[in-house]
Design a protein around this ligand. Structure first.
Ligand SMILES: Cc1cc2nc3c(=O)[nH]c(=O)nc-3n(C[C@H](O)[C@H](O)[C@H](O)COP(=O)(O)O)c2cc1C
Length: 378
């Protein structure tokens, strides 16, 4: 019985090769900033415990979540913004490698400046600041290699610097905005710097929005061309998410009391990035499916990752079988049950503790407390 059920997941438990890196199955931990680092950003025993549990639970790759590349203050971030953070991250990566063999990915991100009652707009970013951001990404990539990270993901989604440049709302007329080439310029430069650091035979992926879900932002019309260009540039995988564009965030709590640069929930765009219970299952999968089709038509085999309200393995398997994506990213289901993948593999999917998508974990992040599950707290 056990074996039969596991065998039913033909694709979910098949390996995939991403630029020399073999992932043992198609289930990856989607980038999840948990907020268990120290106030300054150092790795703590709690961080190690959290990710080790998820690695032991059978995923093929852990994404450590957004890793800060800039030195600006923001509490409890995973950081690569200084050499002093390397030993802690290395200890975390070494533990995951030695105890589970699971691969580890760092999602590098930069955010726009934020003050008490003010938030920088990308139209205000100077050339010097753009140069700095590119430089921060490059240095963080060097540190990621030093820490033994297996893959780097460029965070060009949600409301952060790179996504804001990609957006159709970016009307800069100085070469870093306006037309598609301009909107992609900083992303291209960041990618080239990172590629220069890691070399040709190392996986560099990117996360983009299939749709920003804000008025005047990117929709599939834009993201199709962006995805095709990224595949052509040589990105080794494309992870497709949605929304989270800060322009749309509304006051869940007053912004100046919120330690997060852009409250990720509140407003429709925010909810699309972490779809709550009242949205349909697999609500964002069509975006990955569309971009996958676009890229395949253009002749590229770049793997696509999808995420968003995929609660159970049967659905994950169907998404893969139907060719809608190549990898399944899970965040909240793994926060709820670290053993999701192992239980599926062993034919015990009925024992998976189901995420209710209540977004308690997400709201905790807004208040600067660790994004743990209200049911498990681990
Ligand atoms: C607590 C929490 C933290 C997250 N942190 C990040 C992050 O750092 N970077 C990112 O791209 N997405 C982040 N996300 C979004 C997830 O990667 C994922 O796309 C989203 O939660 C939908 O997947 P799910 O339904 O499996 O949770 C986070 C989600 C949660 C719940």
């Amino acid at each position: 019985m056990m074996a039969t059920q596991a065998l039913n997941y033909k694709t979910l438990f098949s390996p995939i090769l991403i630029n020399g890196l073999t992932l043992e199955n198609r289930i990856v931990m989607a980038p999840s900033h948990i907020g268990l680092n120290t106030e300054e950003g150092f790795v703590t025993p709690e961080v190690i415990d959290f990710f080790l549990k998820r690695a032991r639970g059978g995923v093929s790759m852990i994404n450590l979540g957004a890793v800060a590349v800039n030195p600006r203050r923001l509490p409890s971030q995973m950081r690569m913004s200084d050499d002093k953070f390397v030993p802690g991250v290395k200890e975390l990566v070494d533990r995951i490698h030695s105890e589970t063999g699971v691969k580890v990915c760092a999602q590098l991100y930069d955010w726009l400046k934020i003050g008490r009652h003010w938030k920088q707009d990308i139209h205000e970013m100077t050339f010097e600041e753009i140069g700095k951001s590119i430089d921060y990404h490059e240095k963080a990539a060097i540190r990621a290699l030093q820490a033994g990270i297996d893959a780097i993901e460029i965070h060009a989604a949600h409301g952060y610097v790179l996504a804001s440049f990609l957006s159709l709302r970016n009307k800069r007329d100085d070469g870093y905005g306006g037309n598609l080439e301009g909107r992609m310029k900083i992303v291209t430069e960041v990618y080239e710097k990172i590629r220069g650091v890691v070399g040709a035979n190392y996986p560099v992926g990117i996360r983009i929005n299939g749709d920003d879900f804000i008025v005047g932002g990117n929709s599939l019309k834009q993201s199709r061309i962006i995805a095709r260009n990224l595949a052509e540039m040589g990105l080794d995988y494309i992870s497709v998410t949605a929304g989270g564009s800060y322009q749309d965030t509304q006051g869940v709590i007053p912004k100046w009391e919120c330690p997060h640069p852009y409250p990720p929930v509140g407003g429709y765009s925010g909810y699309r990035s972490m779809p709550p219970a009242d949205m349909p299952e697999a609500v964002n999968v069509y975006l990955a499916a569309d971009l996958r089709k676009t890229i395949r038509h253009a002749g590229y085999a770049t793997p696509l990752v999808t995420a968003g309200r995929i609660p159970y393995p049967e659905l994950a398997e169907t998404i893969l079988e139907e060719g809608q994506a190549d990898l399944i990213g899970l965040s909240r289901p793994l926060i709820r049950d670290p053993d999701w993948a192992a239980k599926a593999k062993e034919g015990r999917s009925k024992e998976i503790k189901r995420c209710t998508y209540c977004n308690y974990c997400v709201e905790r992040e807004l208040y600067g407390t660790p994004s743990l599950c209200q049911y498990t707290q681990e």
